[in-house]
Ligand binder design. Structure first.
Ligand code: NAP
Length: 504
């Protein structure tokens, strides 16, 4: 494919014809043991894109068998070899950026320009962790009393299970796969049933990049619970990394307790977007549009509540509504598309019900407020003002192009409102006051904070939340630690015979 803006139906068919749709277990592409497949559809049209092998619990077991068999050998692979496989995968994804972008646009709905942004972001995890693989290190030191030597080494955790969501089909997979490969772990990946094609294409890339059989096993399925629950209870599995809703994550943590499994959880958010009275308003509007409309609002870090100082509320809202009104809702392959459909009817219904509830509670519709009729699950970019405290839309993840705006009077009130949620993923704040920014960095209960920035995600930074937004971090120097165990080796003083030493 070229980088041409216009994508034809023939381009789509050619691409879909190149994506393998079987399970990938132990380096082999194979049909599901049940012979069953499931349909992947285009959320812009409701039309079928592909039929994908539907893994059964037996296939899940086969995938874990393969990951377990490959683990010992893979852990011994020189870090440089693991790094070079990741680097080749980075080069291949980058070279095939248009194919990955179109695949995501087709199965998830976002405009092609956004999909291209995700390709760059998702690929960068491969490059970042290719650079981290050779830097895994430990330490050797003398015990304080001088008697023993302390050797601390890092070891791969072992076989991992990855469960990923549909909203960033590439990046949510590479954010887990790349550090696991770098650390020397093998893995089973279960992508979201709505968007398995990107994961299938990525697996083809890893095969081409020379990843040995059994290191990455891919099991798309429509029976997420039935297929993954036995793996979580299997003592050969050593780590679960999940990105998705808090509700499912909570259940998986409980299931993981049986094996005392190491878990990483990237869960839901309820990001406040705070505009202080001293903010650069045009910059806050631009940041707010990014924070709200990136991925059509279907992002865990999407601005979910706009808290605007009452003295600048009118100026901010007028300019923000104007920008929101400029979005063009269309199939992501159309050149004019700047916002795609929601991923399915259930997601659209949830957005509609949150908006209807807010209106009942007294909110004013400044823009939009309805579904867009016709094929696909489109929803109008929407701005609600005067949203009263207690409205469900301020407490729940909207996951759509809807911005509820409320006002505040003091910094203390803004911080209290921002923290008044069981979630703690990210907060965005716009202010010209450096001391205030530093106070926010200390007072806000979130894993991440954007100051005068509407996007904070970066492969070189530790992404993750506190409270019910999750456990662990992905990306940055911290990301690889999720896949490493610390092993301590106590060594008797090499200058005296062992019979002279005392052991505590
Ligand atoms: P979801 O319903 O929790 O699904 C996420 C994944 O879990 C999918 O692969 C799903 O499979 C699987 N799953 C569902 N039930 C399961 C079960 N009982 N056992 C094992 N796996 C199960 O979430 P989603 O709607 O796809 O994604 C949206 C959520 O993800 C939002 O809450 C968003 O905030 C969160 N998210 C968080 C981050 C972060 O980094 N914090 C990033 C992106 C998204 P199926 O596809 O078959 O249902």
């Amino acid at each position: 494919m070229t980088t041409a803006i216009t994508v034809t139906a023939a381009d789509e068919q050619q691409l879909l014809g190149r994506i393998r749709t079987d399970l990938y277990i132990d380096g082999q592409w194979r049909a599901a043991s049940s012979g069953r497949t499931f349909t992947v559809t285009d959320p812009s049209t409701g039309e079928t894109l592909a039929e994908v092998a539907d893994a059964s619990p037996e296939d899940g077991q086969a995938a874990l068998d393969a990951a377990h068999r490959a683990q010992r050998g893979w852990a011994k692979t020189p870090p440089r070899v693991r790094a070079e496989i990741l680097r080749r995968a980075f080069d291949l994804v980058t070279a095939r950026a248009d194919e990955f972008a179109l695949t995501m646009t087709l199965e998830m709905g976002k405009p092609l320009a956004e999909s291209r942004g995700e390709v760059a972001y998702g690929a960068e995890f491969l490059r970042w962790f290719s650079e981290e693989a050779p830097r895994i290190s430990g330490r050797y030191s003398t015990a304080p009393d001088g008697a023993n030597r302390l050797l601390v080494v890092k070891r791969p955790v072992g076989p991992c299970l990855f469960i990923t969501p549909w909203n960033f089909p590439l990046a949510m997979a590479t954010r887990k796969i790349a550090p696991a490969i770098a650390a020397g772990c093998t893995m089973v990946l279960k992508p979201a049933a709505l968007t398995p094609l990107t994961a299938l294409l990525l697996t083809q890339v890893f095969e081409e990049a020379g990843l040995p059989p059994g290191v990455l096993n891919l099991i798309p399925t429509t029976s997420a619970g039935k297929v993954t629950a036995p793996l979580i209870k299997d003592p050969r599995l050593r780590k679960l990394s999940f990105t998705g809703s808090t509700e499912v994550g909570r259940r998986l943590i409980a299931d993981s307790a049986e094996q005392v499994l190491r878990v990483s959880m990237e869960l839901g958010g309820n990001a406040p977007f705070i505009v202080f009275e001293d903010a650069d308003i045009p910059a806050a509007v631009a940041g707010g549009i990014l924070a709200k409309m990136r991925n059509g609002g279907e992002a865990c870090v999407a601005a979910n509540r706009f808290l605007v100082h009452e003295s600048v509320a009118e100026e901010f809202t007028t300019a923000f509504v104007e920008r929101m009104a400029g979005f063009s809702a269309a199939r992501g392959t159309e050149p004019q598309s700047t916002v795609g459909p929601l991923v399915d009817e259930a997601t659209r219904e949830k957005v509609s019900s949150l908006v209807a509830g807010a209106i009942e509670d007294g909110a004013h519709v400044a823009l939009g407020g309805s579904s867009i009729p016709g094929p696909g699950y489109f929803y109008q970019p929407t701005v609600l003002t005067g949203v009263p405290a207690g409205a469900r839309i301020l407490d729940e993840e909207i996951f759509g192009p809807v911005a509820p705006i409320t006002t505040f009077r003091t910094e203390a009130e803004a911080i209290t409102l921002a923290n008044d949620t069981p979630f703690g993923l990210v907060c965005f704040a716009f202010t010209a006051d450096l001391n205030r920014a530093l106070r926010l960095a200390e007072e806000l209960d979130t894993g991440m904070l954007g100051i005068n920035a509407g996007v904070v995600s970066n492969p070189a930074a530790p992404f993750g939340g506190v409270k019910q937004s999750g456990l662990g971090r992905e990306g940055g120097f911290e990301g690889i630690d999720e896949y490493l165990e610390t092993r301590y080796v106590g060594i008797a003083d090499p200058f005296v015979s062992t019979s002279d030493t005392e052991d505590d």
